[in-house]
Design a protein around this ligand. Structure first.
Ligand SMILES: [Zn+2]
Length: 329
């Protein structure tokens, strides 16, 4: 019997009242320690690792809200990989649990709760469902996590990756993904690669890919999810509006700078024209815009500031007399 087989066997026997049911860790020294990813739910605290029958010293416990792996190179995968490489974890187990509140939480509810905590929606990432990894099925969530770990380039091909679901009330373990079987299937598919797609290798490939990620992402559609999508769209609209506002602000700044430069250019041109007028005979054509090096200037030409042209002042208008307006009645 291999480690997980022995764990499941002992767990099920203990639940039927077998007082002798248990695990002798010394028998499984080659498979320990194990790396377990569970949810942050405090109800799991008294269950782990007792429910598995292994000592705490052989239990590398990773946790996040919803025991979610978001991708083969995600931050959680970094920890799983280091648990293998640095802490010598031999097998990986993703352990979901029943009655998971992350599963029950809709995006609308989550945003409402974040709002009461003073979190501004416009400062959150655009795709919130993807970011928070909310899921609709505890089982499917474990399958997805196992698939990501199995396909991760950070995990060696000989490390079994299992999926379990623990009942938070009874402590019963359900074995969702048999990591040993996946390894055997993978190795046999690898050794029996044939150019003819025979039934055996096709079946093996199907077993290697027990589900289609795209199809299975949200298998249990909830009304809340539609609201979540609408919320997501609203969020994006808000985001675009914020960016447009920001751009408008920058355009304004730019226009101001251009105006300033234009003012300076005008001053400069006026100065050039004054120099030109003083240095050269009257021109029959408009002066060139390029500054010309002054030739044989008279001594100490005095730069005269250009006359300031003020816009015509509008005629002063007194407060209209009440008697001039049309009669109110
Ligand atoms: Zn949970």
């Amino acid at each position: 019997m291999r480690l997980l087989e022995a764990i499941i066997d002992a767990n099920h026997r203990a639940l039927t009242g077998d007082e002798r049911a248990g695990l002798n860790p010394a028998e499984f020294a080659d498979s320990l320690p194990i790396i377990a990813l569970t949810c942050i739910d405090p109800r799991l605290n008294p269950l782990m690792p007792e429910v598995l029958g292994i000592p705490e010293s052989q239990f590398i416990w990773l946790r996040n809200a919803g025991n979610i792996i978001t991708g083969p190179l995600s931050s959680m995968m970094r920890s799983v990989a280091l648990a293998c490489a640095v802490k010598s974890g031999r097998e990986i187990v993703i352990i979901g649990h029943t009655d998971c509140l992350v599963c029950k939480m809709s995006m609308v509810d989550l945003l409402e709760r974040l709002k009461t905590l003073g979190v501004n929606r416009t400062r959150l990432p655009e795709n919130l469902t993807e970011y928070f990894g909310l899921f609709a099925s505890e089982r499917q969530n474990v399958l997805t996590a196992v698939e990501f770990v199995r396909s991760s380039p950070l995990i060696g091909p000989r490390i079994p990756v299992h999926g379990l679901l623990v009942n938070t009330e009874s402590g019963r373990l359900e074995w969702l993904v048999d990591g040993y079987q996946a390894l055997e299937t993978a190795s046999s598919a690898h050794t029996s690669v044939s150019l003819e797609p025979g039934a055996t290798s096709l079946d093996a490939l199907k077993q290697m890919l027990p589900f289609n990620l795209g199809e299975m992402k949200f298998p249990e559609a909830k009304i809340g999810e539609l609201a979540t999508k609408a919320e997501g769209i609203m969020g994006r609209v808000e985001h675009v509006a914020t960016r447009a506002e920001h751009l408008a602000g920058r355009v304004g700044e730019f226009a101001e700078k251009v105006g300033h430069l234009a003012d300076k250019a005008t001053d400069w041109l006026n100065e050039v024209q004054v120099h030109a007028r003083k240095a050269e005979p009257p021109l029959t054509k408009p002066p060139a815009l390029k500054p010309q090096p002054p030739k044989a200037q008279p001594p100490k030409p005095i730069s005269v500031p250009p006359p300031i042209q003020l816009p015509p002042r509008p005629p002063r208008v007194g407060k209209p007399s009440a008697t001039l307006g049309p009669a109110n009645k």
